[in-house]
Design a protein around this ligand. Structure first.
Ligand SMILES: Nc1ncnc2c1ncn2[C@@H]1O[C@H](COP(=O)(O)OP(=O)(O)OP(=O)(O)O)[C@@H](O)[C@H]1O
Ligand SMILES: [Mg+2]
Length: 360
């Protein structure tokens, strides 16, 4: 069979009207963990899933490799419905999907080498080929020098690297990560995220990742889906969802993350004296950028001076590119006699949102 140009690319997943209910002991009705979920995971992209505890995130992720069977609906892996496969077909589906866990799930009585090699042994891969693949994977994750160590002799970050090597040893199209960095310190988290990103870029592996850390989503995901009460309530490119969240759950999950830089700026600036004579009043404005336009922080002062006809000083800026879309705040101080309303109106042509911080 030749592949048609319309065939879905390797590593694509489509959830179609997926529901999952768990039987609850003694209760007439079960727990509805997924409620009519339809979602596409584009091939070669990293999709993040966020939501409150109990929202259904792990259930959704575990339906991809059928650790949980959906109660109804279809799961298309590269266009083929896998929701009901069993036996050899199920084993083949699982070979195409790797998974890493929060607590690594390594076998403590086996060495790093043996842990990574285990899936190949179970799949009956010939020794020479298996050894070559294990060596290649340990090199990829930077642990070739620890092949003979036991898990107890490794740091958390190293254990997760072993988990990643094991998950990739059968060359999967998809990698599932359920809170894979939650047990790690921030620096180790960063190095694991870099590794996941490299695996995604160099091997084209589609990644589905659950995290409660919004920074993880911002740093490596292309897309984000928000789950609430078993439903996908918001979904889109990270830069869009993060800059203009719409659903109340998204707003509340992002609240402290989005605003975290502003209170610091405000605190640092409270009582900052105007530059000129003490009788001159200055207005401090916060210009917010939502990623829909380019930001040239160094040109901004001149632009604003032109727009408002008043002297402008840059006080602080915190702009982060999210997938190349600059987002964050610039705080400026403006002198001169323009009233607040006209200052805001004119600054609006430059920034996505403008608010007065204080007049000093
Ligand atoms: N094996 C199970 N049996 C019965 N109910 C379950 C089972 N697994 C999950 N649930 C229930 O299904 C719902 C969704 O659970 P799930 O583990 O998918 O949530 P989650 O979003 O991953 O939460 P967390 O952030 O706490 O990990 C919850 O109400 C949970 O209690
Ligand atoms: Mg979970």
């Amino acid at each position: 069979m030749t592949s048609s140009p319309l065939a879905p690319a390797r590593g694509s997943v489509r959830f179609e009207n997926i529901t999952k209910s768990y039987a609850a002991k003694g209760a007439a009705t079960g727990v509805l963990a997924l409620d009519d979920v339809s979602l596409d995971l584009p091939p070669g992209k990293i999709t993040g899933v966020i939501g409150r505890s109990g929202a259904g995130k792990s259930t959704l992720l575990r339906t991809v490799n059928l650790l949980e069977r959906p109660s109804s609906g279809r799961i298309l892996l590269d266009g083929q419905d896998i929701a009901a496969v069993t036996g050899n077909q199920l084993r083949e589906v699982r070979r195409r999907i790797g998974m890493i866990f929060q607590h690594f799930s390594l076998m403590s009585s086996k060495t790093v080498w043996e842990n990574v090699r285990l899936p190949l042994r179970m799949a009956g891969v010939p020794d020479a080929e298996a050894d070559q693949r294990v060596a290649e994977l340990l090199e990829l994750v930077g642990l070739d020098h620890r092949a003979d160590a036991y898990p107890a002799q490794l740091s958390g970050g190293q254990k997760q690297r072993v988990g990643i090597a094991r998950a990739l040893v059968q060359d999967p199209e998809i990698l599932l990560c359920d809170e894979a960095t939650s047990a790690l310190d921030p620096e180790t988290t960063r190095s694991i995220l870099e590794l996941l990103q490299r695996i995604n870029r160099e091997r084209g592996v589609t990644i589905l990742l659950i995290t409660h850390e919004m920074g993880v989503i911002q740093e490596i995901c292309d897309l984000v889906a928000v789950i609430d009460g078993g439903k996908v309530v918001e979904h889109g490119p990270v830069w869009q969802v993060f800059s203009s969240p719409e659903h109340p759950t998204t707003l509340s999950l992002l609240e402290s993350f989005r605003r975290s830089s502003l209170p610091e700026i405000t605190r640092a600036l409270s009582g900052v004296a105007p530059a000129g004579a003490p009788d001159k009043r200055e207005t401090q404005l916060v210009l917010r950028f939502d990623g829909t336009r380019p930001v040239d922080v160094s040109a901004l002062v001149n632009q604003l001076q032109d727009q408002t006809g008043t002297p402008v000083r840059m006080l602080a800026s915190s702009i982060t590119p999210v997938q190349g879309h600059p987002q964050g705040y610039v705080v400026v101080s403006l002198g001169g006699g323009l009233g607040h309303d006209s200052l805001i109106e004119r600054a609006r042509s430059i920034a996505s949102e403008v608010e007065i911080l204080q007049t000093v």
